[in-house]
Write a protein that binds this ligand. Structure first.
Ligand SMILES: NC(=O)c1ccc[n+]([C@@H]2O[C@H](COP(=O)([O-])OP(=O)(O)OC[C@H]3O[C@@H](n4cnc5c(N)ncnc54)[C@H](OP(=O)(O)O)[C@@H]3O)[C@@H](O)[C@H]2O)c1
Length: 308
């Protein structure tokens, strides 16, 4: 029997965010169809999507596909940058093309973007109308990614671009990479640690995607960040504190620059103060508004995934 709420199509739904979002939506009664490079049950490949369009009862289309920017095994070459760009912008364009060309239209199209849209600053606070998108590779990537999701107004498909901060959760992303060094007491801030670190707990980014799908008042850019502004050092202290471990061994900026190349190392060595103005204005209630609460959840020794 098909779901009353309809189907949510998720590009990149096999990843960290996509898996959590998919479980959450299924628990709420939606059907989920994943668009992936690999075929499988409840999946379509990108070429099948371009050929066949979306299922009849599609209510929302989401794109969280993207080659991992901070893959330490990949050098920051022109070829890899092209991969990073195409895996976000082209997949978003393909979805926009299907929405325009095929008969089945969702009520909304929600795509990922990043807080790297805004210029790094230790002082300025950015709401969604802050400037950006024009100063380095990652900011231009965000702008192109967001523009790829633009649809003609007469289609009546609401578009939301989620400018996401660092997503904190045990099942993937930064925490999965840092849990062992922090557990061993070898964790600490990156560089001086005074740079802001826009962050959000995995349950809240999933909650915000769902909020964007379900609320017609949410349109355009949406900052996907927690309300509490913290620095990188405050993150390290909260994480170490939740694990009862010291967290004062700094990771020098030159090491991070050497590992990742200074261009992408900026994701860790620099930051912006980003505020979730639109999320709060449209009534979203954060489950993990402060880092101590979030760290207590993703640092639990015996971890049970509540979405299962
Ligand atoms: N995690 C964070 O902290 C964070 C912060 C800000 C923004 N974001 C953005 O949110 C999105 C999801 O993040 P995530 O952490 O869930 O990423 P992830 O775990 O790396 O998963 C992303 C998915 O994208 C697909 N993908 C990877 N490389 C691809 C390529 N070259 N071409 C097409 N598809 C590709 C993969 O699906 P298949 O293998 O099934 O094709 C993968 O499962 C990304 O666009 C990311 O930039 C994430």
């Amino acid at each position: 029997m098909s779901s009353q709420l309809g189907t949510v199509v998720i590009g990149g739904g096999t990843g960290f965010l996509g898996t959590a979002l998919s479980k959450h939506l299924k628990r709420r009664g939606y059907e989920v169809l994943i668009i992936s490079r690999k075929p499988g049950p409840n999946r379509m490949t990108w070429s099948e999507m371009l050929k066949n369009g979306f299922p009849e009862n599609t209510t929302a289309v989401v794109n969280v596909a993207g080659q991992n920017i901070l893959d330490p095994t990949r050098r920051w070459t022109e070829g890899f940058k092209q991969n990073v760009w195409a895996s976000r912008v082209n997949t978003t364009r393909y979805m926009a093309q299907v929405i325009q060309e095929k008969d089945v239209k969702p009520s909304c199209f929600v795509v990922s973007s990043g807080v790297g849209f805004y210029p790094p600053s230790n002082t300025v606070e950015y709401s969604e109308d802050g400037p950006g998108g024009d100063f380095d590779f990652l900011s231009r990537l965000c702008k192109d990614w967001e523009e790829a999701a633009q649809l003609p107004e007469d289609l009546n498909v609401r578009t939301v671009q989620m400018r996401t901060g660092v997503v904190l959760g045990r099942e993937g992303g930064m925490i999965q990479q840092l849990i062992v060094p922090f557990f061993l007491g070898l964790g600490g801030p990156v560089g001086s640690g005074t740079q802001p670190m826009p962050w959000i707990h995995i349950r809240d980014i999933v909650g915000l995607y769902t909020h964007a799908i379900q609320n017609a008042s949410v349109t355009g850019a949406l900052n996907g960040v927690a309300p509490q502004l913290i620095t990188n050092k405050e993150f390290a202290q909260a994480f170490g504190g939740a694990l009862w471990r010291p967290s004062f061994i700094p990771l020098p900026s030159f090491v991070v620059n050497g590992m990742f190349g200074s261009d992408r190392a900026k994701v860790m060595t620099e930051g912006q103060k980003v505020v979730p103005t639109k999320a709060l204005e449209t009534g979203y209630e954060f489950k993990y508004p402060d880092i101590a609460l979030a760290a207590a959840e993703f640092s639990k020794i015996i971890y049970t995934d509540e979405y299962k």
